[in-house]
Design a protein around this ligand. Structure first.
Ligand code: DX5
Ligand code: ZN
Length: 281
């Protein structure tokens, strides 16, 4: 007999959640709009989710909150055009966020998207691995000719093995520090890395607000690198807009990742706006 350990049902709204539970679902999964789930199950408001959780828990069932930044079909269709527009506007490289659903709650592009991007552009690919086991991804990234791979300081066991493997594969290595990780954590790895990526939002999703204190952290990283005679480039990632970019640049960031500020609206104009902000004092 087939054993189903847990019967999961998508709960797009409260009525469907109640229905799923009353008809025997062991757990339901729901999403909140701000976590980027743009396809079924439909989004709950925080109030509805709270009500749904109370309802499910009162009946001994679980609720999983799903967070997902995978592109919708429509977005995937628009990808080639968007990549072309961004390249024409003069972006230097494409930054690809890979999320595994463990290191961060969301699941996003895997190596399949890196393969697609490799076909769509000749610009360098800069892969940001928000994953617990970066070593599993490296052979394919190497095969795809990825220029640079960044791994998090905070992964279980630390980043040493992954950084060594990235360098051994002939790719450039980047080390990523979460907002709460002090810049001094990068010290033991400076010889291996060409890029120090400072998260200026909490990793896991786009569209967040640039965290206060980020510019001070960039400046601290800059003086740490200078003190060590290191020419490692500081990259910033998260919440970059024409408003936040000048501060990051002035503090010492020289590689700028922008998602929402590029891809929402007119891509060409957005890139030009970001580039002109960089030049301002
Ligand atoms: C956060 C990612 C960022 C982010 C950038 O987990 O690493 O690359 O998506 O997106 P915006 O520019 O929208 O903050
Ligand atoms: Zn990123």
């Amino acid at each position: 007999m087939l054993q189903i350990p847990e019967l999961l049902a998508p709960a797009g709204d409260l009525e469907r959640l109640r229905y799923a539970i009353n008809y025997g679902a062991d757990a339901v999964y729901c999403s909140l709009p701000e976590f980027g789930m743009r396809s079924a199950p439909a989004n709950f408001t925080p109030e509805q989710l709270t009500e749904g959780v109370i309802y499910a828990h009162a009946r001994g069932r679980k609720v999983y909150l799903t967070m997902n930044t995978l592109p919708t079909n429509e977005e995937a269709d628009r990808l080639p055009e968007a990549i072309k527009a961004a390249a024409a506007a003069g972006v230097d490289a494409f930054h690809i966020d890979v999320m595994d659903g463990h290191f961060v709650p969301a699941i996003s592009f895997g190596t399949g998207m890196v393969r697609t991007m490799e076909r769509l552009t000749t610009k360098p690919l800069d892969v940001h691995l928000m994953v617990e086991k970066p070593l599993d991804f490296l052979p394919e990234l190497e095969e795809l000719g990825v220029k640079r791979v960044s791994v998090h300081y905070e992964i279980p066991g630390g980043p040493e093995a992954a950084l060594r493997a990235i360098c051994a594969a002939g790719m450039q290595a980047g080390l990523v520090l979460n907002p709460e990780t002090p810049v001094e954590s990068a010290l033991p790895y400076l010889a291996q890395i060409s890029q120090l990526l400072l998260m200026t939002v909490y990793p896991g999703r786009g569209g967040q607000v640039y965290l206060p204190g980020s510019n001070e952290k960039i400046a601290a990283a800059k003086s740490l690198l200078q003190g060590q005679g290191s020419n490692t480039v500081i990259q910033v990632d998260g919440g970059i807009t024409p408003g936040t970019l000048p501060g990051a640049y002035a503090a010492g960031a020289r590689s700028i990742v922008a998602g929402s500020a590029v891809f929402y609206g007119n891509i060409y104009q957005n890139v030009c706006a970001l580039r002109s902000e960089k030049a301002k004092p």
